[in-house]
Design a protein around this ligand. Sequence first.
Ligand code: BTN
Length: 323
Amino acid sequence: MKSRALLNLLADGQIHSGESLAASLGVSRTAVWKQIKRAVDEGYSIETIRGRGYRLMTMVDLLDAEAIMARLSTQLRSTITSLKVHDELDSTNAEIIRQRAQNRSSETLICLADHQTAGRGRRGRQWQSPRGENLYLSFGLIFRGGFAMLDGLSLVLGLAVAQALEKQGVNDVGLKWPNDIFVRDSKLAGILVELQGELEEGVIHVVAGIGVNVHMSRAEGLEQAWTSLARSMPDRAWQRNQLAADVIASVLQASEQFAVTGFEGFRSRWQSRDIFNGQPLTTVDGMLSGTGCGVDYQGNYLIAVDGEIEKVRAGEISLRTRS
Ligand code: BTN
């Protein structure tokens, strides 16, 4: 977004003269006019008031790496190798994979984008990623101990996001196995974990991408009921930088604990948010139907079928409620 500095100046919703904007930005008034035009083309609503200047008509919620870092504790900041905010990317997960290819040994990579042109969802689906509206955030994390110790990691990440949302005052945050975040009956956020190969023996690079719907009010072609923070709690002025910082803090803390305790240290907290528990469930292939009973220590979902407990492995099959 080339007009970011201009939008920062206009973000207070007051009228700013072309002259004062030009002085603050160190450019000519013609250049200011061009930037205003570009911002309008990008979808920002800016009113031109003859003889007085310009006024931003809608709230903007710009992402900013420094603002996010400033909201993290010094201790957490010291664990982050790099945190970048991009105006536009194909996918933040893809960007982390590219970054890791260049720098194999750096520990924690974080990247956000204001807009994704090819946002990836689970099961090959697209993730709707309109400009300026939501949070598109990916982590490059390193875990030692081989692939086996990663059982349940994606559930833990879902729990970490749920806890960050709760910290922001969101009530009734539930988890739909394996790692969708729901508010009441609608999906608010999703997680895509992509396991990369071993960097060296037993050292695994994990890409964890998180999408949280923040301001989104319209979306076309989504298969399931969805919500956004603005839809669920319209009276709040949601700030993506604060939300990003809370999600980052929660994910980094959870990852650190996960490296020590594995999923065992999180299982009961995960179960308390399980929206499938006690529900009549069926696998999408229709092969198994029963009642939801929570997860085992590997993060597999358990279903009671005719008095027997059957296991459904994450990544192999989807579950839905039977109506
Ligand atoms: C899902 O299908 O529920 C998972 C959605 C994950 C979307 C996020 S947005 C940030 C990151 N980059 C991507 O391309 N996908 C993930």
